[in-house]
Design a protein around this ligand. Structure first.
Ligand SMILES: C[S@@+](CC[C@H](N)C(=O)[O-])C[C@H]1O[C@@H](n2cnc3c(N)ncnc32)[C@H](O)[C@@H]1O
Length: 312
């Protein structure tokens, strides 16, 4: 069964994809061809190779209104990730919708820095934890977990880690919970906590965390109006804006982290490049022994690494 396309006759996958690309291009989307293909893959259930091979096959009628609805949302400015309803983070397919920040490539670097810090301390890395199951040797926390991106990346790569994933937003935690459910075995070692930063954690973890990772909100209130409309009009305000200076959340986490980290434990924090010097000073004032700044994929300083001295 096919349905007439706009020209009044059945449409092939190629024609529908081209039409979607034209609509997106007319809406000013630079990556229209690529995005039309991704939307088509989503709607058809076919992968890129299958769509190429079957390009001149007629599409079933049900695909046309579904594709049109998604293209319309994207053409109106909604981020592609929300339109698709899921996005890749560090090899994980995560559900995303406007209750959570869309996981960013720079945050994959944060995940990688956090994992490598734990490897440096001597923890083992590997995607297979068949031999350890739910047994864990150490505990880490991802504060402000949103979709659960950092927490799940750590759980997936660190087979001995117990992972706490926290957020103040109940709505965000609903998405994180869905992503835990979809992540399979590593999620057995992840627990969710609701509350502001360290307040979401059980008291008995104080002084016992081997690593704290966070991508907190770090936009200043005054910067908010200048964010790209795709970000400002769709992503959650509380995931983006920290307060008048933009440093509020970073300051809270840096100041409280030494109390929650075990001796030799590490804080890994995403920040904006212009916040690096302030964050360094905050970390020094909080008593961290060793502070380092790491760069993202485009060479911008984006990750604070602050290590507690092994002596306490
Ligand atoms: C920039 S988003 C990061 C989301 C996710 N970790 C990621 O990297 O994609 C910041 C997250 O912090 C949460 N958040 C904001 N203020 C918070 C607070 N005081 N305590 C805990 N979480 C908070 C927001 O709800 C949001 O999910």
């Amino acid at each position: 069964m096919t349905t007439p396309d706009v020209a009044g006759r059945p449409a092939t996958w190629r024609e529908l994809t081209d039409r979607a690309a034209d609509t997106l291009r007319a809406a000013g989307i630079d990556t229209a061809d690529m995005e039309a293909r991704w939307l088509m893959e989503e709607v058809s259930g076919l992968d890129r190779a299958e769509l190429t091979v079957e390009a001149d096959e007629l599409a079933p009628d049900r695909t046309v209104p579904i594709l049109d609805a998604l293209v319309e949302r994207r053409a109106a400015g909604e981020p592609l990730q929300y339109v698709l309803g899921h996005w890749d983070f560090h090899g994980l397919d995560l559900a995303v919708d406007p209750r959570v920040l869309i996981p960013r490539p720079e945050t994959e670097v944060v995940a990688e820095v956090a994992i490598s810090e734990l490897e440096r301390i001597g923890e083992r890395r590997g995607r297979s934890d068949a031999w350890s199951g739910a047994l864990t040797n150490f505990t880490v926390a991802d504060l402000g977990t949103g979709s659960g991106a950092l927490a799940l990346a750590l759980a997936a790569e660190l087979p001995d880690a117990a992972v706490w994933a926290t957020d103040r937003s109940e709505a965000a935690l609903a998405i994180a919970r869905a992503n835990l459910a979809g992540a399979g075995q590593p999620a057995v070692r992840v627990r969710l906590g609701e509350g502001s930063w360290f307040e979401a954690l059980p008291e008995d973890l104080r002084g016992g965390l081997r690593l704290v990772v966070s991508n907190p909100p770090y936009v200043a209130e005054s910067e908010y109006p200048d964010l790209p409309p795709e970000v400002r009009d769709y992503e959650p305000y509380d995931a983006l804006v920290s307060g008048p200076s933009g440093l509020e959340s970073i300051a809270t986490i840096v100041e409280q982290a030494p109390d929650w980290l075990e001796p030799g434990g590490v804080l890994v924090l995403e920040l904006a490049p212009h916040q690096v010097e302030s964050a360094r000073s905050l970390a020094a004032a909080a008593g961290f022994a060793d502070v380092e700044i790491r760069k993202d994929l485009s060479g911008r300083e984006r990750v604070l690494v602050a290590r507690r001295s092994p002596g306490g």
